[in-house]
Design a protein around this ligand. Structure first.
Ligand SMILES: *Cc1c(COP(=O)(O)O)cnc(C)c1O
Length: 400
């Protein structure tokens, strides 16, 4: 029986150019983004300009993490203590955590079998909750019908802040993910699409919201040093009443990230090849449902999900054990207790208890797998063969 020996959490190395830029920053020692000599432009400011150009945004701000980006963006559009904020019932812990960090309350929206936010439930809760903001998580890279989502939110007067931790480089109908809402937030944490260990980016075309975000991020009164920020006039009134909540990105991380931006298109293509190899190898396996990818979605396949609809928990557990024995590391969103990075809305007990029966049914059979670019296309075909065999074995023994 073949066994897969790859490491599911091993990302590619930092490009040599990034290593050299990082070493240069350490040699001169000016790691803080506002520590520049005359005529020098900070790496952080250069990164902001380059990322804004990449996604076609007017403004960009680099910050300390993806979680910080979401909290900062929500605060910049007016979320405050006691507010209710709509968000996905199916997402990861930093999303409700960002809402909670503002003293606001998440109102969770159901997920569909295609792993996108349930737009009917969203429309109902946009009307009933009193929320003025949706923190939309493009969880695991699955992008919903963004045209319909924006119609629903615009009609209800709900502002959209996008969590693009899994969709940097993705598009809906040719528009970059993160460019539909008022602000788009990205993570540059090691497991995402560009890697600086930790880090985050915010983009927007809204001058007032971005000026607030820059001030919030801890710009002191040095906002004029942000080349991808709104002009100084935009800060004139805001600077008096916007608190400094330090969460800046430093020049070392920015130096590591800049050479990764031009690689994004190639990374997307390589991720897609791997994703498609897995998908092809699993097609038609009895007992298993693959997630359809809509025609208008240009996705980055940095992870892979599949559904085991109606499977008993012990049958799912059996599959996880069999796959693990053959070197294939699966995560399950249906487990009773949160494990490692995988947790569920009902384990975020700081939020008011909510009932999401459709989400419960989907998560009960949801299997998740990372797909690092260090895997070859042949590795992905091998993983698919192993999974196909083990799913079939458990299915034939009776999984329902
Ligand atoms: C990783 C992640 C974030 C941002 O996380 P940070 O670790 O704070 O950079 C946000 N949303 C989702 C869904 C994530 O997986």
């Amino acid at each position: 029986m073949d066994r897969f020996t790859g490491n599911f959490t091993q990302q590619e190395p930092i490009p040599e150019e990034g290593i050299e830029a990082a070493v240069a920053a350490m040699r001169h020692g000016r790691l803080h983004r506002y520590n520049v000599v005359p005529g020098e432009e900070a790496e952080a400011s250069l990164l902001e300009q380059e990322f804004a150009a990449l996604v076609g945004a007017r403004y960009c701000l680099a910050v300390a993490s993806g979680g910080y980006a979401m909290a900062c963006a929500m605060r910049a559009v007016g979320v405050t203590v006691g507010d209710r904020v709509l968000s996905n019932g199916f997402t990861l812990a930093p999303v409700p955590g960002a809402i909670a960090s503002l003293g606001a309350e998440p109102v969770f929206v159901e997920v569909t079998e295609d792993l996108t936010i349930d737009l009917d439930d969203l429309a109902a809760k946009a009307a009933s909750s009193g929320a003025k903001v949706l923190l939309l998580s493009h969880m695991r890279g699955h992008v919903c019908d963004m045209d319909r989502l924006m119609q629903i939110c615009d009609a209800a007067g709900v502002l959209v802040v996008e969590d693009c931790a899994h969709t940097m480089g993705a598009e809906w109908r040719g528009v970059a993910s993160g460019r539909h809402g008022v602000m788009g937030c990205y993570s540059t944490q090691t497991y995402k699409h560009i890697n600086s260990g930790e880090g985050g980016l915010i983009v927007s075309d809204d001058a007032e919201a971005m000026a607030r975000a820059v001030l919030l991020s801890g710009s002191y009164m040095l906002y004029a040093r942000h080349a991808a920020a709104p002009p100084p006039e935009a800060f004139a009134d805001l600077k008096w009443d916007t608190p400094n909540i330090s969460g800046r990105m430093d020049n070392l991380r920015a130096a590591i990230l800049r050479p990764q931006l031009p690689l994004m298109a190639d990374r997307r293509a390589r991720w897609r090849e791997r994703y498609v190899a897995l998908e092809a190898g699993l097609e038609g396996t009895p007992g298993l449902r693959l997630i359809p990818r809509p025609e208008h979605e240009a996705y980055v396949g940095s992870s892979f999900q599949l559904l085991l609809p109606g499977w008993r928990p012990d049958a799912v557990q059996d599959l996880l054990a069999r796959a693990a024995a053959r070197g294939v590391e699966l995560k399950w969103f249906g487990a009773a207790e949160p494990v490692a990075f995988t947790s569920r809305y009902d384990s975020w007990r700081y939020a008011p208890a909510q009932s999401l029966p459709r989400t419960d049914a989907v998560l009960a059979g949801l299997i998740d797998m990372r797909l690092p670019l260090t895997f070859s296309v042949e590795d992905c075909a091998q993983i698919a063969r192993i999974l196909r065999a083990e799913v079939s074995a458990v299915w034939q023994a009776g999984a329902l």
